[in-house]
Design a protein around this ligand. Structure first.
Ligand SMILES: NC(=O)C1=CN([C@@H]2O[C@H](COP(=O)(O)OP(=O)(O)OC[C@H]3O[C@@H](n4cnc5c(N)ncnc54)[C@H](OP(=O)(O)O)[C@@H]3O)[C@@H](O)[C@H]2O)C=CC1
Ligand SMILES: CC(C)(CO)C(=O)C(=O)O
Length: 310
C-alpha cells in the first residue's frame, strides 16, 4: 500500500514508521525545516513498544514528487488544517483517500466539503507521543491505537487494504463499523481531558485522586455527551463511567497533547477542540458552561508563547 503521511510530527511520524516497518511504501510529506532535520538525523522512534529508526525515510516536500498514493494519513494540528489543503489536493485528485488522525470532529465536514465524501475515511488515534528536543519521536503510553472505518461505501477497499497492513504492524488497530460514534467518543473525551489537564496544569495522576477535580472532568464530559446527542450521536449510558476508567488507565504522569504543547509554549488546538464544541453547541441553541469556562481560561495561551512562564 502506498501511504503518504502529512506531517511527520509526533503522531504521523510514529504511525508512519510503524506502517513502513510493516511493509507499506510510506512517504513523509513535510515542510522544508522538517525535511532538513530528517535528512540529517533520520527518523527515530523511541517507544515503550520498541524503538525503530530510518536513516533515510522517504521524504517529499511537494505532492508532485509522489507518484503513487492510496492513502493520505492526515496528522497535522487542527490549526494547520487549512494550510495542508494544497498538499492533499493533488493526491486526492489522483485517487487517494484521506484518513484524518487529528483530534476534533469539525474537520470531517470541512474535508468532505472540500474533497468530497468519497475521499474522507473516518479515523482517530489513541497514543501519547511527542517530539523531543532533537526531533525524535518519544512514545510513552501503552496505547498506540489507530481506529478507522468507512463513512461511505466507496471506502471499503482502502479500509481493507489498510487493515491488511496494520495486521503486520507494531500498533493496535480497530476497524470500526461505528466510526461516527468512535469519532465523537474520542472528541467528547479529549475535549474534556485536554481542557482539564491544560487548565489545571496537571497530569492525570493528581487529577484522578482529587475527587472534586475528577468530578469536574466527568461533568465536562457529560456536557460533551449532550452535545453529541444534539448532533445525532448517542454515546451510550456508560460513557461517563468509561471516561472515568480511561483517566485511571493512563500512567500517573500521562497527560494530553494540548497540555504537552502548553508546557512547551506551543500554540494550542483550542479552536478545533473546545472552540468547535462551543460553535456546535451554539448551532443547537445549547450552553456548555464548563467547556466555555475552560475555553475562556485557555484563550490567552492559544498562540502559545505564554505557556513557558508557568
Ligand atoms: N501527540 C499525541 O500524543 C496525540 C496527538 N493527537 C492529535 O494528532 C494531531 C497531530 O498532533 P501531533 O502529531 O502531536 O502534532 P505535531 O505538531 O507533533 O505534528 C504535526 C506536524 O504537522 C506538520 N505540518 C503542519 N502543516 C503542514 C503542511 N502543510 N505540510 C506538511 N506538514 C505539515 C508539522 O510540521 P512542521 O514541523 O513543519 O511544523 C508537524 O510536524 C493533533 O490533532 C493532536 O491533537 C491525537 C492523539 C495523541
Ligand atoms: C489523550 C490522548 C493522549 C489519547 O490519545 C490524546 O489523544 C491527546 O492528548 O491528544
Amino acid at each position: 500500500m502506498n501511504i503518504t503521511v502529512l506531517g511527520a510530527g509526533a503522531v504521523g511520524g510514529y504511525f508512519g514508521s510503524r506502517l513502513a516497518d510493516a511493509g507499506a511504501n510510506v512517504t513523509f510529506l513535510v515542510r522544508e525545516k522538517r525535511k532538513e532535520k530528517l535528512e540529517s538525523t533520520g527518523l527515530r522512534i523511541k517507544s515503550v513498544k520498541g524503538d525503530t529508526y530510518f536513516r533515510q525515510p522517504n521524504i517529499a516536500t511537494d505532492p508532485s514528487e509522489i507518484t503513487e498514493c492510496d492513502l493520505v494519513l492526515l496528522s497535522v494540528k487542527g490549526y494547520h488544517l487549512e494550510n495542508s489543503y494544497p498538499m492533499i489536493e493533488p493526491l486526492v485528485n489522483r485517487g487517494a483517500k484521506i484518513l484524518p488522525l487529528l483530534n476534533g470532529v469539525e474537520h470531517y465536514e470541512i474535508l468532505e466539503e472540500k474533497f468530497g465524501k468519497e475521499a474522507v475515511i473516518g479515523g482517530l488515534c489513541f497514543i501519547i507521543t511527542t517530539l523531543d528536543q532533537d526531533g525524535n519521536i518519544v512514545h510513552t503510553s501503552n496505547q498506540h491505537n489507530i481506529t478507522f472505518g468507512m463513512l461511505d461505501d466507496s471506502h471499503r477497499s482502502t479500509c481493507n487494504q489498510l487493515e491488511s497492513v496494520l495486521k503486520n504492524a507494531n500498533v493496535e488497530y480497530t476497524y470500526s463499523d461505528e466510526i461516527q460514534e468512535a469519532i465523537w467518543n474520542k472528541y467528547a473525551f479529549i475535549t474534556a481531558y485536554s481542557g482539564i489537564t491544560t487548565a489545571s496544569r496537571l497530569e492525570i495522576g493528581p487529577i484522578r485522586t482529587q475527587k472534586e477535580t475528577l468530578e469536574l472532568y466527568k461533568d465536562a464530559a457529560a456536557e460533551m455527551k449532550q452535545l453529541a446527542s444534539a448532533h445525532g450521536v448517542d454515546l451510550g449510558e456508560k460513557f461517563i463511567d468509561i471516561i472515568e476508567e480511561r483517566a485511571f488507565q493512563f500512567p500517573e504522569n500521562g497527560t494530553s497533547s494540548m497540555h504537552q504543547d502548553f508546557r512547551k509554549g506551543l500554540p494550542l488546538e483550542l479552536d478545533s477542540l473546545q472552540g468547535g464544541a462551543l460553535r456546535m453547541a451554539k448551532s443547537k441553541g445549547m450552553q456548555l458552561p464548563i467547556i466555555e469556562t475552560i475555553y475562556r481560561l485557555l484563550k490567552p495561551y492559544e498562540q502559545g508563547n505564554m505557556g513557558k512562564v508557568l
